[in-house]
Each structure stands twice: as structure tokens, then as C-alpha cells.
Design a protein around this ligand. Structure first.
Ligand SMILES: [Mg+2]
Length: 373
């Protein structure tokens, strides 16, 4: 196990069915495509990473198909023959050949961390400085069904003690109807559970000014990215206007983006997806900027499967700056268990697994079943 040389890199696209369609502002998915990246060392360790975006290229321009091409054609030649513990150097070399493409780079970063940790027989969080916590709160994403059905789904989660806060997607309907629907749900859950909304950058400034105060008054506890990601002035205006926290997601992919949010006081919380930030190493740089400015960070998801979720969980548990809970519910939305032993969710939290690497083992039969031909 101690030869850390990268001997091979393999990519596989899976299409994993979901328990129900997951709706975003501009698209809906009934299966989540995952790009599984396997890095094998000469010492025999295999590390996995996941290339995954929320339901296609609408979010950030990447998809499993673009990631596969970028990785196979441009990143693999850089990786072969290098050591799995050379993460900083390898990523710097990849940056010289591939701009942006954070989601694809994240898959490489995580596979390297997993293979490196497995070579040493330690968990990934050890490589990140050790576990600061062993579990994290998980907010559940409610679907796009009529309000009564949504409230029922939330109540079932509360009774099962699976989740104590909920996030709803907005931006697909006209704002008036959308707002009325959310107010109905927020009022039904008032005093029982927290309700947050994510508008995925779909509203313009005036729409946000008109409807966000109504949502805050109705008891919505947090608003995520109401307006376009690059319009930080607008986000700052909204943040100054609202009595509830504003979370930046599409606005922040890099440490520099975080610095801009800080300078303009554009948000109170930053959504950290280890995918959109380009992996565990670079997520840490983003959190460092937020932490220095006293801004909270949330362990966000791009609907990762179990590998990506485990990676984000190790990160969230090793990083004190992830102090605003998480939405690491991805695997619960999947209609197929891809692990031999599922990740453990209970009491509103996701628990850090034991074991080397990411601490999870893929069920290769299930992987094969959902591999795209
Ligand atoms: Mg979001």
C-alpha cells in the first residue's frame, strides 16, 4: 500500500434513479447522473471521487459528460505517474491546462484524498487535521408538490426525527404564486421546524424587493441566492434590507468570490459545496476567507451520491468554519443504495463513518446496474 504512485484513473458515468423528481428553477430530474472517478495506486489502493452537478449544466455549465472529457483527455495525463499525496502540485498543474471546471477538479481532488488516506490506513478527515465534530445537522429539501402534500412530507420527517429544518426551491413558478405557496407551508410549520428557501438566482432585483420581505414576515428563516450570482451589489442591498440571514451560493465558487462577499457584506452565510469549490483543499481556502470575516458557512450539496456526500461530510466534520449545518441529504434522495453499508442518518444529523479513506465502500453490483451504456 505504500507506493503512492498513480497507476491508473478510470471514469464511469452512472444514472441513479431518485425516489421522486427533484425540481430546480429551470429543470427537473428523476435520475441523477454521477461521474465516478477511480484512482488506483501502484501500491494497490483505490480512491473514489464523484463528478456531480445538480441535475445538469444549468447550474454552472458543467455536466458529467463535459467532466468525463476534461478528466480523460486533459487531467489523466497529468495524474499518471504522480503521487496521490501531491494534491497541491497536481491541481496547480491541472489549472495550467484546464480553466474553471471546478466540479471536474473536485472529483480528482476527492479521489486523491481517498486513495492517499487508504494507502495510510487513516480516514480522510485525518488528512484534513482530524475530526472537529462527528456529525452535522442535515436540512431536508422538500419537493415541488402542492403545499398540503409538502407539509405532510415535512411532518413525516419531523415525526421520524430525520430532519428539523427544511429547504424549498423557488423560482420555477411566477413569483406571486410561488410566494403564496411558501407562505402557506411556512405558516403550517411555524414553531415546529425551520423553513428556508433557495431561489437559485432566478429573481431580478425588483422581484426580490417585492417578495422577500413577505417571506421573512411569514417566518421563512433564511433566503438563499435570490438574484444572479455576479450581482453582488444587489445581494448586498437585499442583505441590508432583510431581517433574516441571506445565503450566497451561486455567487461564491472561489476564495476571491468569498472575499467580494465579505467586502460588500453581501451575505451572512456562504453555501460551501466541495464540488463547486473544486474539492476539499480549495473549499478550505473559501471557508478561511469567510471565517476571517465572521461569516458562517453551510455544508451545501449538489445532490452528491454517497462518495461525494462522504467527502463533504469529512470536510464539514474537519472544518470548524462549517458552523451553519448542512444539506448533505443526497443519498436519501437516491432510490438505490450504492454502498455496502449506508451512511448513517439519525436525529436530524448525518454521522461520520469509521474506516479508512472516505469510510464508505461501494456496492460494485449496484454501480454496474446503473452504469450508462
Ligand atoms: Mg443553492
Amino acid at each position: 500500500m505504500n507506493d503512492l504512485t498513480i497507476a491508473s484513473v478510470e471514469t464511469t458515468i452512472l444514472d441513479v434513479p431518485l425516489i421522486r423528481p427533484h425540481k430546480f428553477a429551470t429543470t427537473s430530474m428523476s435520475a441523477q447522473p454521477l461521474l465516478l472517478v477511480a484512482i488506483r495506486t501502484s501500491g494497490g489502493a483505490i480512491g473514489y471521487g464523484e463528478g456531480v452537478v445538480p441535475g445538469g449544466p444549468w447550474w454552472g455549465g458543467e455536466s458529467v459528460e463535459t467532466m468525463q472529457v476534461l478528466i480523460e483527455r486533459y487531467m489523466v495525463p497529468i495524474l499518471l505517474g504522480r503521487r496521490v499525496d501531491e494534491i497541491t502540485g497536481v491541481l496547480a498543474d491541472i489549472d495550467r491546462v484546464v480553466a474553471k471546471a471546478q466540479f471536474a477538479k473536485a472529483a480528482i481532488d476527492v479521489a486523491m484524498h481517498d486513495a492517499w488516506a487508504r494507502s495510510l490506513g487513516v480516514p480522510v478527515h485525518t488528512l484534513l487535521g482530524g475530526a472537529f465534530r462527528h456529525s452535522i445537522d442535515v436540512t431536508w429539501a422538500l419537493g415541488a408538490a402542492p403545499a398540503a402534500e409538502i407539509v405532510e412530507e415535512a411532518q413525516a420527517k419531523l415525526v421520524a426525527r430525520m430532519n428539523f429544518s427544511f429547504k424549498l426551491k423557488m423560482g420555477a413558478l411566477d413569483p406571486e404564486t410561488d410566494t403564496r405557496r411558501i407562505i402557506e407551508i411556512a405558516q403550517a410549520l411555524q414553531g415546529k421546524a425551520g423553513v428556508r428557501v433557495d431561489i437559485n438566482a432566478r429573481w431580478d432585483r425588483l422581484t426580490a424587493f417585492k417578495y422577500l420581505p413577505r417571506l421573512a414576515t411569514a417566518g421563512v428563516e433564511l433566503v438563499e441566492q435570490p438574484t444572479p450570482g455576479e450581482q453582488l451589489e444587489v445581494l448586498a442591498e437585499i442583505n441590508a434590507l432583510l431581517p433574516i440571514p441571506v445565503m450566497a451560493d451561486e455567487s461564491v465558487l472561489t476564495p476571491h468570490d468569498a472575499l467580494e462577499v465579505v467586502r460588500r457584506r453581501a451575505a451572512d452565510v456562504i453555501a460551501i459545496k466541495t464540488t463547486k469549490c473544486g474539492g476539499l483543499k480549495r473549499s478550505r481556502d473559501v471557508v478561511a476567507v469567510a471565517k476571517a470575516a465572521g461569516i458562517s458557512c453551510h455544508g451545501a450539496t449538489s445532490i452528491e451520491g454517497p462518495i461525494g456526500t462522504a467527502a463533504s461530510l469529512h470536510f464539514a466534520c474537519a472544518e470548524p468554519g462549517i458552523d451553519f449545518g448542512s444539506e448533505l441529504f443526497g443519498p436519501l434522495l437516491f432510490d438505490e443504495e450504492l454502498l455496502q453499508e449506508p451512511l448513517r442518518y439519525s436525529e436530524g444529523q448525518l454521522h461520520l463513518p469509521d474506516g479508512p479513506g472516505l469510510g464508505v465502500e461501494l456496492n460494485l453490483d449496484a454501480v454496474k446496474t446503473w452504469t450508462r451504456n
